[in-house]
Design a protein around this ligand. Structure first.
Ligand code: HSE
Length: 306
């Protein structure tokens, strides 16, 4: 019997203007995934989440392992156990983390030699069980850590963006449950956008990268805006603009919908008035009648072997 345990962190995708190609790993939450392998003539995958057995093919980690073992003709019994701490359905990359951790774990344990782009691809395939359609942003941030750019759904090249500014995040996590949330939140985004929206969004994203790499606060603030994806989702999350307004009033760099929501990440630095910001958030969430909690966190690294 062979066994490996890995730690994986939560992530916030899109970061304003980087819909589906940009995400940041955060130490808000993490989880440990243990993968055991034993030889056998057939292939059997067993998945346990917090002690409960789950159907492997309906689960992001189990499905990712199924695809890897199927494609690489790996025979054996594979048991995946996760102690989940990342809350599911909150836009914090919970399903992506499990998928990425399982692919990373089997690749390391069985020395499969998968390239970074394969790790991303299999992790994304696993994650699509939860989101309904593939997006590589959360899995890339979970796999490699930091602010991670991943070039589209075909190339799958990851780039870690060097960040020259000391940032932290205050994540507002509303206690809202939307059934099949990511699927719904993706379906309301228009399939095509106008030339103006494209130019505006590309400008925001360029500002975001420039700002992070050069430690330019104003450019980051501009880049935390979005001209189509987050805008379309405001119907699901009407508190977003008020949270952004209050966060800017208290000298944060801005706020963005974390992935497909409902959480909102407020990007802060040493200039942010945290004392004033917290009651401001409270007023907004009360106005919308929402229970919530917050989590202050920093950028996290990628998956590590425990
Ligand atoms: N980029 C994805 C989306 C992330 O916004 O739908 C989902 O967590």
């Amino acid at each position: 019997m062979n066994e490996i345990s890995v730690r994986v962190f939560s992530s916030s995708a899109n970061v304003g203007s980087g819909f589906d190609i940009f995400a940041v790993a955060t130490d808000a939450f993490s989880e440990i995934l243990t993968l055991k392998y034993s030889k056998s003539s057939g292939t059997k995958i067993v998945v346990r989440f917090n002690g409960d057995s789950v159907e492997p093919l309906k689960n992001t980690a189990g499905y990712a392992i199924h695809r890897v073992t199927n494609d690489l003709q790996i025979k054996g019994r594979i048991e995946v156990k996760t102690i989940k701490e990342i809350p599911p359905g909150m836009g914090l990359g919970s399903s992506a983390a499990s998928s990425a951790a399982s692919v990373f774990a089997i690749n390391s344990l069985l020395d499969l030699g998968l390239k970074d782009s394969d790790l991303i691809r299999y992790s994304m395939i696993g994650d699509s069980v939860a989101s309904g359609s593939g997006h590589a942003d959360n899995v890339s941030a979970s796999l490699f850590g930091g602010f991670e750019l991943v070039t589209g759904n075909n190339l799958m090249k990851p780039y870690k963006i060097p960040v020259n500014i000391d940032l932290f995040f205050l994540i507002v996590i509303p206690k809202i449950r939307i059934d099949q949330k990511t699927m719904k939140a993706r379906m309301i985004i228009p399939g095509s956008i106008s030339r103006d929206a494209h130019v505006t969004n590309l400008g925001y994203f360029a500002s975001l990268l420039y700002g992070l790499m050069n430690g330019d606060r104003d450019s980051i603030s501009d880049g935390l805006n979005d001209s189509f994806a987050e805008r379309s989702r405001i119907v699901l999350y009407p508190y977003l603009d008020d949270l952004r307004k209050v966060s800017l009033e208290h000298f944060s760099l801005g706020a963005f919908l974390s992935g497909a929501g409902p959480s909102v990440s407020i990007v802060c630095d040493g200039k942010t008035d945290m004392q004033g910001l917290r009651p401001g958030i409270d007023n907004v969430m009360r106005k919308y009648g929402l229970d919530y909690y917050t989590k202050e966190c920093k950028t996290a690294g990628g998956i590590s072997i425990e």
